[in-house]
Design a protein. Structure first.
Length: 453
């Protein structure tokens, strides 16, 4: 029986970060994964989707200058090649060179500190569960008679369908609907919510929905799915909208309805880990209800992002093996980006939540991309930014819709987490002409406001 300082189940973002961090401080680490390392992000999430999105952007730009023939088989082959290229940064030999022992297999708890991995017993002083999540498959009448797609198999298509129904207008559904439409697929995007991206600021989500519609995506909101059936080469989705019933038809169906935690196969009950349909229950240190057993990433939530999984994992390892005082792993600084074109990035509170918490003691600053010289010359004027501040100017939340929004949000994130008042940005030189000037313009408004309060 092998004994380790740390055993990790799952080699996605959470597991990789935990393993690399622990190995870096000299701990004996075993990383257990039933597939190749990389997890959902590498093989069926962030990497393939962003590859497809970038190719679709290139096609759209090329179409401005003439007719472009789209070879979807070549495109899907390129996406898979890019997945393999990205995977080279996390291969088994590289992990082993970092001091991590990699074991391919399915892990199950047999007791506190012990795992069975396909007949091999592993003993570890500490065990981290980082088993991730899987796509939700809803209980829709007739769905079991239809060959549907999820993020787990859509990127394995040899070529793209002529038409596609995407069920779910969250980040995944919206990103893929725009990319697929640009690549010549006739897309119909369906959701029961009142708009796409229901967790974003209303006016920003509405702007994205308008952009999708202008590009040809048919958006169906406030729709409840009643039935799915296959009719010849078509998938037929029967939906209700109020008292009206409609049929939505497409060659293929993609489910993008969220994620569920992977908790079913690892024998959590054997060691008394508390969990439910939302995931494993942990405290502020990512500790489960079982001794020296921890959980990070999608299997815990509440945010299902690779970057939050990595953040939780690194914080956990610092607490376990660092020399300092144990610190809570605070996700209050969470940020995310939806990679449509333009991008939509967000951190902190939404305006409605900020008003509930702070009443009238907030100030909201808004600027349009059309005011930026760089956006004008780049012909990227669609977009806007919003920063929400408290009575002192400290940032409570922000949203940016526009070119390079994800990178621009990083500057606001630093200010927010370091509690630097927004008006202080006036003291920082920003290169001209650059997109970061949009933050400078808003901070000038903040400077005027807080110096006159």
């Amino acid at each position: 029986m092998q004994k380790y300082d740390l055993a990790i189940i799952g080699a996605g973002a959470g597991g990789l970060n935990a393993a690399l961090s622990a190995a870096a401080v000299g701990k004996r680490v075993i990383l257990i994964e039933k597939h190749n390392p990389g997890g959902e992000c590498t093989w069926a999430g962030c990497i393939p989707s962003k590859a497809l999105i970038q190719i679709a952007k290139d096609v759209k730009v090329a179409q401005r200058f003439g007719h472009v023939s789209v070879d979807s088989a070549a495109i899907m082959g390129k996406v898979r090649a890019l997945i393999e290229q990205a995977h080279q940064a996390e291969t088994v030999p590289l992990l082993e060179s970092a001091g991590i022992e990699y074991l391919c297999g399915t892990a199950q708890f047999t007791g506190l500190h012990t795992l069975d991995v396909d007949g091999q017993t592993v003993h570890a002083e500490h065990i981290v569960i980082a088993t991730g999540s899987s796509p939700i498959v809803p209980d829709i009448c007739g769905l079991d008679t239809v060959s549907y797609l999820t993020n787990e198999n859509v990127f394995q298509l040899e070529s793209l369908p002529k038409s596609l129904i995407i069920l779910g207008a969250g980040a995944i559904g919206v990103e893929l609907s725009q990319a697929m439409q640009r690549l010549g697929v006739k897309v119909k995007l369906v959701d029961r919510a009142a708009s796409v991206l229901p967790r974003e600021e209303h006016e920003f989500a509405a702007a994205v929905q308008q952009l999708l519609t202008e590009e040809g995506v048919e958006v169906y909101t406030n729709c409840a799915v009643e039935h799915v059936q296959q009719h010849g080469s078509e998938v037929i989705l029967t939906v209700t909208h109020g008292e009206q019933t409609d049929e939505i038809r497409g060659e293929a169906l993609l489910l993008a309805l969220g994620r569920k935690p992977n908790t079913a196969t690892i024998n959590l009950n054997v060691i008394g880990v508390d969990y439910d349909g939302k995931g494993i229950k942990v405290n502020e240190f990512c500790e489960t209800t079982a001794q020296r057993t921890y959980a990070v990433g999608d299997v815990v939530g509440p945010y299902l992002f690779s970057h939050t999984a990595g953040y939780q994992a690194r914080g956990l390892i610092r607490n376990l093996f660092g020399s300092g005082k144990k610190k809570p792993i605070d996700l209050g600084g969470v940020a995310w980006c939806t990679f449509t074109e333009p991008e939509l990035a967000h951190c902190g509170l939404m305006e409605a939540d900020a008003r509930l918490m702070y009443g009238d003691n907030i100030t909201v600053f808004v600027t349009q991309y059309s005011e930026l010289d760089r956006a004008v010359v780049d012909q990227k004027t669609v977009g806007m930014a919003k920063v929400i501040c408290d009575a002192k100017g400290e940032i409570l939340g922000a949203s940016i819709l526009g070119e390079r929004a994800c990178e621009l949000l990083g500057e606001l994130q630093v200010m927010k987490q370091q509690r630097i008042p927004f008006q202080k940005l006036q003291e920082v030189i920003h290169p001209y002409p650059g997109y970061s000037e949009i933050l400078l313009y808003m901070s000038l408004d903040a400077y005027g406001h807080y110096n006159n309060v």
